[in-house]
Design a protein around this ligand. Structure first.
Ligand code: ADP
Length: 210
């Protein structure tokens, strides 16, 4: 299916740093980053979907799959129409989707998953600290309450982690999420740069640096 977007998934528990790494990568020519949570947060809060998002996210639950994947597909299509994302030039870096096995199945027709970067953080205390810092900085209701953070963790363990078993083991790469953003980025780049070079002709070449 040649029309599927060539994709790398950023995977990991809440607070592992998917968004931080994704945002940095998205600044590099040849990469396009899309965070599903960000797309949800930009919705009009008074729209039906905006209200649905608020209802689920404030409890730490996942928004229902059908509406999530539909919204994601419409959003990425809009990015291509605006030429913000160019599927023939850019490697798509997805974070926050697919978030359960059903979403992975629904996404099958849209994306070709080349590699999965699993940001691994075994220090739960550190992750809670990261999320609570973010709650203050970004005014995020779903990070403010410890009970909601813990619920999101359970949802991750029960629904999201099994996504790793859905994809072939060979494409899953574990990256240690502990360390400075730059240190983690170094390891992330080791994985994604070869993938990008293999699948895309780098027309920018040396000219991009001038
Ligand atoms: P985090 O990575 O910290 O969990 P996100 O910004 O990815 O935060 O997601 C915030 C909330 O948005 C989630 O708790 C969930 O309610 C909703 N959400 C984001 N992505 C999805 C998705 N793929 N499916 C369902 N709900 C989602």
């Amino acid at each position: 299916m040649p029309h599927r977007y060539q994709t790398v998934l950023l995977f990991g528990a809440p607070g592992a740093g998917k968004g931080t790494q994704g945002k940095i990568l998205g600044l590099v020519p040849g990469f396009y980053h899309l965070s599903c949570g960000e797309v949800f947060r930009t919705l009009d809060v008074n729209s039906e979907l905006g209200r649905t998002f608020r209802e689920y996210s404030s409890r730490g639950e996942l928004v229902p799959d059908e509406v999530t994947v539909k919204m994601w597909a419409e959003n990425i299509r809009a990015q291509t129409i605006l030429s913000l994302y160019k599927p023939h030039d850019d490697l798509l870096i997805l974070d926050g989707i697919p978030r359960n096995v059903n979403q992975a199945k629904l996404m099958e027709k849209h994306i070709n998953v080349l590699e999965i970067i699993h940001l691994v953080c075994r220090d739960k205390k550190k992750m809670v600290e990261r999320l609570q810092r973010r709650a203050v900085k970004e005014n995020r209701a779903d990070d403010a309450k410890e009970s909601v953070i813990l619920r999101r963790w359970d949802v991750y363990e029960e629904e999201t982690r099994p996504v790793l078993d859905y994809y072939p083991k060979e494409i899953i790469r574990e990256v240690d999420a502990i360390g400075s953003p730059a240190a983690v980025l170094q390891h992330v780049l080791e994985v994604v740069v070869p993938v990008q070079e293999k699948h895309f002709v780098n027309v920018l070449g040396d000219e991009s640096s001038t």
